[in-house]
Design a protein around this ligand. Structure first.
Ligand code: ATP
Length: 611
């Protein structure tokens, strides 16, 4: 059986030439992003070309220096002239090395800086997109996966500027011009000097792709190990209670040995390929020495020319070995870019219409007109609400009750347009909510959700999340209505007390009250309690509702609850079942009707009797 913590591979299979061609669009898109910084990019390429020119001059100067030194051994016409020539060549060699170093530094700096700017641009774009994508997208997206895209994939694309674009130019120039110079100086010696290139290039690319593939497998194993350990720590009491230490050890040991095997395989790949590439290089060098030595003896070339060949080979060795890194960079940018751009290209269904006006609230009349709704699960649509209608105006309260899964929270989610209705319409003061800006709609509607989320920050910041400029009195008024102010005041650090993941442990009811205060602070025209008083005791809940009637008298209030005492004072109560309103009326009329509401009321009033 597959374990619950089994990892899903981020990427499977080896990167092939076909994938590289398929990923061409992605790579060119990253390239176009680099052109957002034209001057920086142009300066980086110019610095790189200058660095390559100096690098290619080095073997030539070395060859000349050797010939000059050879001249000093009595082969030159005058010793002084040879000494002078040697000195000049030495200085030129020194200057070329220094300038090559300086321009290399410059192009690395500029390339890296363009990469960092692209990284910033992408990070902001993806974060912005995540904020704007609608609930339909987030319902199916894995948050861990989105975090990976926002962090690791941005890194993969960012690095492509220096390790991909700049390296392509560098390697093409070095290998292209270097090979041309060797072949044009002496084609036979040139061919021998270049004989290592195909083999080393092939091994470098092949080994790098194999290391890349095993790196993904290793990451997968390591993240699996992390999750096993995390789950073990979280569930340590369950593990001990079921005496499952041996089973847990076995599970960890298996994944740990697999990780070790992959590491050994990677070491073997590295060592064997490194050795093979060095062997091929030195073999070529040996051949050049053998044939070049004979040519020197025969007077066909000078010792300096032979030195020049050997020095060119040394210069070429590194770029050829780096072909692997280049392919790796393309592969990483392709897969990372594909994943990133797929999020960036996603268009939210729920967005402002062009030139949409802001919502204008006069009488705050909220109307559901024959609203139907279905969730989209892939290709499938799941109908959840059918023909729901009601009208509420300022100061009125609507109660919604019904069995689990009846569609109550869905009604709450339709009002701030977390989802759009499938049929019918929702209007506020006659304005269809699809025709006004989302910002104005959502600042007029506050939904207090079942799931409580607190930010890791002080109580004050959590309450004032929707309006960081709210003054102290407004914050206190909101916490007072939520029946939380006196508790906060008694805390040693009062409103500065840290809550959230690493903050003080608030009880479920206190957390709910904090979230209610956060919503009340916004003084919304439409206030929705989505089963958000379930963890609060009945007496405190009644105090909150009484205070609310006083402080939110101008709002439209929707109370969704399983507890009838929470909504029995509502102006209208809907009993929802399977997406349909099966009963509606006031508490009294529903009791008198003797239907399901009345049965539920009986059950909640006299639970033991009913049981
Ligand atoms: P509860 O009282 O348990 O909170 P509810 O009456 O509020 O239930 P909803 O949360 O509105 O019910 O869900 C109604 C139906 O829609 C359920 O069958 C649920 O499985 C389904 N549903 C809810 N949210 C989604 C979603 N995001 N995607 C697909 N189906 C969903």
């Amino acid at each position: 059986m597959k374990s619950m913590t089994e990892a899903q591979p981020r990427e499977s299979g080896r990167f092939t030439f076909r994938k590289m061609v398929e990923g061409f669009d992605v790579v060119t898109r990253v390239g176009r992003m680099a052109l957002h910084y034209p001057w920086r990019m142009a300066a980086a390429v110019a610095a790189l070309i200058v660095a390559v020119v100096f690098q290619l001059y080095i073997p030539q100067f070395l060859g000349t220096a050797v010939d000059n030194a050879y001249g000093m051994l009595g082969h030159a016409d005058t010793l002084d002239a040879a000494r002078q020539a040697l000195l000049t060549t030495g200085l030129l060699l020194f200057a070329a090395s220094v300038l090559r170093g300086l321009f290399t530094m410059l192009h690395n700096y500029l390339g890296e800086s363009v990469g960092q700017h692209i990284g910033y641009e992408l990070r902001m774009a993806i974060y912005d997109k995540i904020q704007r994508l609608d609930f339909r997208y987030h319902d199916h997206a894995h948050s861990g996966d989105l975090i990976t895209r926002g962090m690791l994939d941005v890194e993969g694309v960012r690095l492509f500027v220096n390790t991909g674009i700049m390296r392509v130019i560098l390697l093409s120039l070095l290998i292209g011009i270097g090979s041309y110079r060797l072949l044009s100086a002496d084609w036979l010696l040139g061919l021998l000097a270049l004989s290592f290139v195909p083999f080393v290039g092939w091994r470098a690319v092949d080994a790098r792709l194999s290391l890349r593939e095993s790196w993904h497998r290793l990451q997968e194993r390591l993240s699996y190990l992390t999750r096993v350990m995390e789950e073990n720590l979280q569930g340590i009491r369950v593990v001990r209670a079921f005496a499952a230490q041996d089973y847990e050890m076995g599970k960890f040991d298996k994944a740990s040995s697999q990780a070790m095997e992959i590491t050994s395989e990677r070491i073997r790949t590295r060592v064997s390929n490194g050795t093979a590439m060095s062997f091929a290089f030195y073999l070529s060098m040996g051949l050049v020495l053998l044939v070049g030595g004979q040519k020197t003896l025969a007077g066909e070339i000078t010792v300096g020319t032979l030195t020049e060949f050997l020095a060119y080979m040394t210069v070429l060795q590194m770029p050829v070995r780096q072909l692997g890194l280049l392919v790796n960079s393309i592969a990483r940018a392709t897969t990372s870019g594909e994943r990133l751009f797929s999020v960036l290209d996603e268009e939210p269904d729920i967005k402002d219409r062009p030139d949409a006006p802001d919502l204008e609230i006069k009488d705050a009349v909220l109307q559901f007109d024959r609203v139907s709704f279905a969730y989209q699960l892939g290709e499938e649509t799941v109908p959840v609400l059918e023909d729901v209608s009601f009208t509420l105006s300022r100061g009125q309260t609507l109660g919604i009750v019904g069995p689990p899964g009846a569609g109550k929270s869905t009604i709450a989610h339709l009002i701030p347009r977390f989802y759009d209705v499938t049929d019918g319409s929702i209007t506020v003061d006659g304005q269809d909510i699809r025709d006004v800006t989302l910002k104005s709609l959502r600042s007029a509607v506050s939904v207090i959700q079942q799931d409580i989320f607190l930010f890791t920050s002080g109580i004050m910041n959590n309450v004032a999340y929707g309006d960081p400029w709210a003054d102290y009195d407004r914050i206190v008024a909101a916490t007072n209505t939520a029946q939380l102010h006196s508790y906060i005041n008694d805390l040693p650090r009062g409103y500065g007390t840290l809550v959230g993941e690493r903050g003080v442990s608030l009880s479920g009811g206190q957390r709910q009250r904090l979230v209610i205060a956060r919503a009340l602070l916004m003084q919304p025209s439409i206030l929705i309690f989505d089963d958000s008083t379930a963890a609060i005791d009945a007496a405190t809940e009644q105090r909150i509702l009484a205070s609310l009637r006083e402080h939110a008298a101008d709002s439209v209030v929707v109370v969704i609850s399983h507890r009838l005492s929470s909504l029995m004072h509502a102006d209208e109560i809907l009993f929802l079942d399977n997406g349909n309103v099966v009963e509606r009326g006031t508490h009294e009329s529903l009791l008198a009707a003797g239907g399901r509401y009345q049965a539920l009321f009986e059950l909640q009033s006299n639970p033991t009797e009913e049981e």
